[in-house]
Design a binder for this molecule. Structure first.
Ligand code: R7I
Ligand code: MG
Ligand code: MG
Ligand code: MG
Length: 355
C-alpha cells in the first residue's frame, strides 16, 4: 500500500481547523454575502502595522476561537494517540470531560444530555446514553461526522475506517442517519489521502461503499421511519455526480437538494460536493485563492451550519492538497493552530506503523 506524505495529515487537520474557526464567524446565517466574506478574509491577511500596532497585530494571532467541532475532533485524536487504537471508554470520557471543562463551545442542543449521563458514575455502557436520545431513535445530527477525521488518519485499512468511524460516532449518534454520515465523511478523508485520485473515481468509490453501508436493516428502517427514500446518502452522492456534470449550479439548487443544516444528511454530502466542485475555478471567487481556500469560501457562502460544513470540507481538501495550500495568515488566526501540527505528526507515525 502506498504511503501518503506527512503534508496530507497536516493539511487535513489544518483544513478542518480553518473551516471551523472561519465558518463559526458566519454560523447560522441564512444568507452569507460573498463581498462581506471576502472582506472579512482580507482582514486576516492584512499585515500588522509596523509601529504602535500592538492591538491590530494581536487581534490577528489566534483571534478566531474554535467550536465544539474542533473540541471533539481533538478528543478523538487525543484518545487515538493515548491508546494507540480506538477505545470507546476512553474516547467517551474525553468527550464528556472536555464538555465539562468548556461547555460553551457551541455544542448541539441535545448532545449535552449524553455528556451529562457519561459523566455519571452510574454509567457502565458508554453507548447507552446515545441510544436513549430522541425517544430511543438516536440523534441524526452531524456531530459524529464533524469530528471523525482522526479515524482515517490512523487506520489505513478501509474496513477499519468504516468500523471505527461508526463506533466513534455511536458514542453520541445512535441513528444510522447520524453515524452513516460519519462513515461517509471518514471515507472521503481516506480517499483524499490517496495519491492523485480523480474527481470521478473519488465519487464512484464513495457511492459503491455507501450503497453497501446503507443496505443493512437498521439503515433501511431508520431512513423509512424518518420518511426518507432508501439509501439516502448514496442518492445524494448521485445527485452530486449530476451537479458536477453541469458547468454551474445555482446556490438554491444546492441548498434544496443537498442542504446546509445540522442533520448529517443535510451537511456531509454538501461538504463533499463543495470539495469536488471547488477543484475547478469559480467565477465568483477571486483567482488568487487556491483550491483549499476556495472550498472553504464556497462552503461558508452557502450559509447555515457553516462551521461544520467548512470543517468537513476543509479536512477533505486539506488531506487532498496537503499543507502547501494552507495559508499561514489564515492558519495563524485560528486558536491552537500549532497543536494541530503536533497532532498531525503523531497521527502520521501511528498510520505508518499500521501500513
Ligand atoms: O449532532 P450534534 O453534535 O450537533 C452538531 C452541530 C454542529 O453544527 C456544531 O457546530 C454544533 O453547532 O452543533 O448534536 P445533536 O444535539 O445530537 O444534534 C444537533 C441537532 O440536530 C439537535 O439539537 C436537533 O435539533 C437535531 N436532531 C434531531 N431533531 C429531531 N429528531 C438530531 N437528531 C434529531 C432527531 O432525531
Ligand atoms: Mg460548532
Ligand atoms: Mg454551533
Ligand atoms: Mg456547526
Amino acid at each position: 500500500r502506498p504511503r501518503p506524505g506527512l503534508a496530507r495529515f497536516r493539511g487535513c487537520l489544518a483544513g478542518a481547523l480553518l473551516g471551523d474557526c472561519l465558518g463559526a464567524v458566519f454560523e447560522g446565517r441564512s444568507v452569507v454575502k460573498l463581498p462581506e466574506l471576502l472582506s472579512f478574509l482580507k482582514g486576516l491577511e492584512a499585515a500588522p502595522p509596523e509601529e504602535g500596532g500592538e492591538a491590530a497585530g494581536s487581534a490577528r494571532g489566534e483571534s478566531l476561537p474554535y467550536t465544539d467541532d474542533t473540541a471533539m475532533s481533538r478528543s478523538v485524536v487525543q484518545s487515538l494517540l493515548a491508546k494507540q487504537e480506538f477505545d470507546e471508554v476512553d474516547m467517551a470520557k474525553r468527550f464528556a470531560e472536555e464538555y465539562k471543562k468548556e461547555p460553551n463551545r457551541g455544542y448541539g442542543m441535545a448532545v449535552v444530555n449524553v455528556f451529562k449521563k457519561l459523566l455519571s458514575p452510574k454509567c457502565n455502557d458508554v453507548f447507552e446514553p446515545a441510544r436513549a436520545q430522541f425517544n430511543g431513535k438516536g440523534s441524526y445530527g452531524n456531530g459524529g461526522a464533524m469530528r471523525v477525521a482522526g479515524i482515517p488518519l490512523v487506520y489505513p485499512d478501509i474496513q477499519d475506517v468504516k468500523k471505527f468511524a461508526k463506533l466513534s460516532a455511536e458514542l453520541t449518534h445512535a441513528n444510522s442517519l447520524g453515524y452513516n454520515g460519519a462513515i461517509l465523511q471518514a471515507l472521503a478523508v481516506h480517499l483524499a489521502l490517496q495519491e492523485g485520485l480523480s474527481r470521478e473515481t473519488f465519487l464512484e468509490q464513495l457511492i459503491s461503499h455507501m450503497e453497501h453501508v446503507e443496505a443493512d436493516d437498521k439503515s433501511l428502517s431508520d431512513a423509512r421511519a424518518l420518511g426518507f427514500e432508501d439509501l439516502p446518502f448514496s442518492r445524494r452522492l448521485k445527485k452530486i455526480k449530476e451537479f458536477l456534470e453541469l458547468s454551474s449550479v445555482p446556490k438554491a439548487d444546492v441548498l434544496s437538494e443537498l442542504g446546509n443544516g445540522i442533520a448529517a444528511l443535510r451537511s456531509v454530502p454538501t461538504a463533499i460536493y463543495s470539495f469536488l466542485r471547488c477543484m475547478d475555478a469559480d467565477p465568483d471567487i477571486p483567482d488568487h485563492f487556491n483550491a483549499l481556500q476556495r472550498t472553504i469560501i464556497y462552503c461558508i457562502s452557502l450559509g447555515g451550519d457553516t462551521d461544520t460544513i467548512a470543517t468537513m470540507a476543509g479536512a477533505i481538501a486539506g488531506a487532498y492538497y496537503g499543507e502547501e495550500q494552507v495559508p499561514p495568515s489564515w492558519e495563524q488566526s485560528c486558536e491552537a493552530f500549532q497543536e494541530t501540527q503536533r497532532m498531525a505528526k503523531s497521527l502520521y507515525e501511528l498510520y505508518c506503523q499500521r501500513l
